[in-house]
Design a protein around this ligand. Sequence first.
Ligand SMILES: [Zn+2]
Length: 84
Amino acid sequence: MVNKPSHNEEAYFANIELERRKKRQDEQERKKSNMLPNMQMKCPKCDRELVKSIYLDFTINKCEACKGVWVDSERLDQLTTKNS
Ligand SMILES: [Zn+2]
């Protein structure tokens, strides 16, 4: 007779795989939401909420704590072409 792996063990490994997949999905969702300009962004440096402000015609995200400014690359391109 062949020794089959116990059912419990299979369920256990299936669970691990499921958790791993879910974690990866969560991370991707988080990355996606970080890229949306209308979502509340957090400073990657000090984890404070960024304050939206308008620079020229563009919305930028400022960090009051470290004075960092976050602009998505698309806007940055528009800003640089506008100034040149
Ligand atoms: Zn900051």
